[in-house]
Each structure stands twice: as structure tokens, then as C-alpha cells.
Design a protein around this ligand. Structure first.
Ligand code: ADP
Length: 307
């Protein structure tokens, strides 16, 4: 039986500009990016990667589901009649990217309506979600999702949370911070990014971020920090810093954290060796920031570097 890696969240339709002035249609979203990289890094006999979300019954939803399946990811998608996926458009102006989103009515906001896929999760399974997953849900749906994750943790599943703080998805910063800590409390592993955390939780350094999540119940906290050193703190006293290799080229940092999480978790699930897992995360993130876009293909050679 392969191990199961189940990511939960929203995958959106992406419209990105092409050099000829037209727009290309793609698909991306934080938790989905992580599932996509996890699926690229291993084969289906070893790891069964799934994506739990909700789509509508329109043509774009059909394309999104086909894309997920073609990437070797099992779609666990409820269908919401009359709804459509969230979307965003990328604008390029003198090399700077800006984004416009249409996601306030997206089908993924109903992803917690059907959580039967989580009922069989237990020992050997990893369930991955983020602060964005939590942000897009109604309050009752958040509670339902967190209860289902907690129950799965009780059956031995590993719950992993990336806070991915996005203030514009929340009515107020204190509400975002309160739900972030509540969501993190069901997770054994928390993978925050220091810059976001410092801005909203007033952490003075990476150690403060790690200490806050450890005190909140985490077993392992990995604090990412862009090009700076990564801090790893375990409730068992395991503690070290890891300096990522300087990236040879930084083209686009989109999905740096998402790809880091994928390689870290795939390696950690297989060998439970934290330092090797951090190294794998850094290698994949360095590859991803060297090219444009959220989903950067991983070749055999990149795979050797990342594993
Ligand atoms: P996020 O995308 O969540 O904001 P970070 O910016 O902290 O995450 O980056 C995640 C990881 O990507 C880092 O831990 C590091 O491994 C890698 N990374 C990001 N920026 C750089 C960089 N300029 N040089 C080398 N590695 C980087």
C-alpha cells in the first residue's frame, strides 16, 4: 500500500500573459502547488497524492479536474452546481507582476461540505492544509474541517499546516491570527515563513515563531526565511539552522514555499530525517525560483538534486 499525501484547499484558474500579448490558461494555488510537486517527486506506487477541494459544474471546472488527474493526482472533488473555480489574472508592467483575483464566490469555499475522504485517513497518511484553506471557508466549515483533521490525527495521520498568512482574505488581522493558531493546533508539523509571521504576530526572530507554534502543540516547526537560514525546532529538543545555497538565478519566487514544503514532506515521510528533508526542500525551491510560474517541471536531473 503506498503512503497517502492528501492536500486540502483551493486550486484556481490562472491567466498569465504570454510574449505575444495573449493570455495562457493554467492552474495553481498554494496547497495544490505542493501536491503537484509531491506528485512530481515520487511515483504512484510509493505515494498516492490526492487533492481535496470542490469545483463547479462548468467547463473550466472540468478542465481543472482533468489537469489534476493528468498530473498524477487523485482528485477528491465535490461538485457544487452552478459554481465556478476561483480565478486570477497576472499583469506584467515593466517586469513587475501584479494580480487580480476573482475568488470570493469560488466553488472551493464548499470544500468542507463533504469530508468523507478524511474519514479513512490514519497511520501512514499525511494531510496537508494551509491558512488559505481555512481563510476561504465559512466559520462552521472551518470547525468541521479542523474536527475532521483532529480525528484523523487521533487515528495516527500526520497533519501538516503552512500558515501562509494572507490578510486580504480576512476581515481583520486579529481574526486571521486567532484562526491561524486554532488551525495550527491540530497539526503535528507547522511550516511557517518568518517574514509573514513577524509582520502579523510581532515575532522578534525565527526562534520566537518556532516557540509560539511549539507551545501551541506542534511537534516539529520549520521556519522558512527566503534566502536566509531556516530554523528547525522539535518538541523533542531537536534544533538546528540550515543555510540554503544561494540561488544562482532568481527569476520568480512564486511557489518557493509551496515547493519547499513538498520536497521536505516527501523526504520526511520516507526517511523521517529532518536535516535531509530540509536540504531537499531547499534544492527544489532553488530550482523553482529559477523559472517563471508556480509549477516548474522537475526533470530526472533535478530529481537527483532534490532527493
Ligand atoms: P514563501 O514562498 O512561503 O514566502 P520563503 O520566501 O520563505 O517562502 O521561501 C521558501 C524557501 O525557498 C526558502 O526556505 C528557501 O529554501 C527558498 N528560497 C526563497 N528565496 C530564496 C533565495 N533568494 N535564494 C535561495 N533560496 C531561496
Amino acid at each position: 500500500m503506498p503512503m497517502r499525501f492528501l492536500a486540502i484547499g483551493e486550486c484556481m484558474v490562472e491567466f498569465s500573459p504570454t510574449p505575444s500579448g495573449t493570455y495562457a490558461v493554467g492552474f495553481a494555488g498554494d496547497t495544490f502547488n505542493t501536491a503537484w510537486y509531491a506528485s512530481q517527486l515520487t511515483d504512484t506506487e510509493k505515494l498516492d497524492v490526492g487533492y481535496l477541494s470542490a469545483v463547479g459544474d462548468d467547463a473550466l471546472s472540468g478542465q481543472l479536474t482533468d489537469f489534476i488527474e493528468a498530473a498524477g493526482i487523485r482528485p477528491l472533488m465535490a461538485t457544487v452546481p452552478g459554481a465556478a473555480p476561483g480565478m486570477y489574472m497576472i499583469f506584467l508592467s515593466e517586469g513587475e507582476r501584479s494580480f487580480q483575483y476573482w475568488r470570493s464566490q469560488s466553488a472551493a469555499r464548499h470544500l468542507a461540505d463533504d469530508l468523507t475522504a478524511l474519514e479513512t485517513a490514519g497511520e501512514g497518511d499525511l494531510l496537508y492544509f494551509s491558512g488559505i484553506t481555512v481563510a476561504i471557508l465559512a466559520e462552521t466549515a472551518r470547525d468541521r474541517l479542523l474536527a475532521a483533521l483532529q480525528a484523523a490525527a487521533g487515528r495516527g495521520a500526520e497533519i501538516v499546516f503552512d500558515p501562509n498568512l494572507r490578510p486580504r482574505l480576512w476581515p481583520a488581522s486579529d481574526e486571521m491570527c486567532r484562526w491561524t493558531m486554532k488551525a495550527a493546533s491540530v497539526a503535528g508539523i507547522v511550516l511557517p515563513s518568518f517574514e509573514d509571521e513577524a509582520g502579523h504576530f510581532k515575532d522578534t526572530d525565527e526562534a520566537a515563531t518556532a516557540a509560539r507554534y511549539l507551545a501551541n502543540g506542534a511537534r516539529l516547526v520549520v521556519v522558512k526565511n527566503g534566502a536566509g537560514p531556516i530554523l528547525v525546532r522539535g518538541a523533542d529538543g531537536d534544533s538546528f539552522q540550515y543555510q540554503p545555497e544561494p540561488a544562482s538565478t532568481v527569476v520568480d519566487t512564486t511557489a518557493a514555499g509551496d515547493s519547499f514544503n513538498a520536497a521536505f514532506l516527501v523526504e520526511y515521510m520516507e526517511r523521517a530525517r529532518t536535516r535531509e528533508a530540509v536540504r531537499a526542500g531547499c534544492a527544489l525551491a532553488a530550482h523553482v525560483i529559477g523559472s517563471r510560474g508556480a509549477l516548474v517541471p522537475v526533470t530526472r536531473m533535478d530529481l537527483i538534486a532534490c532527493r
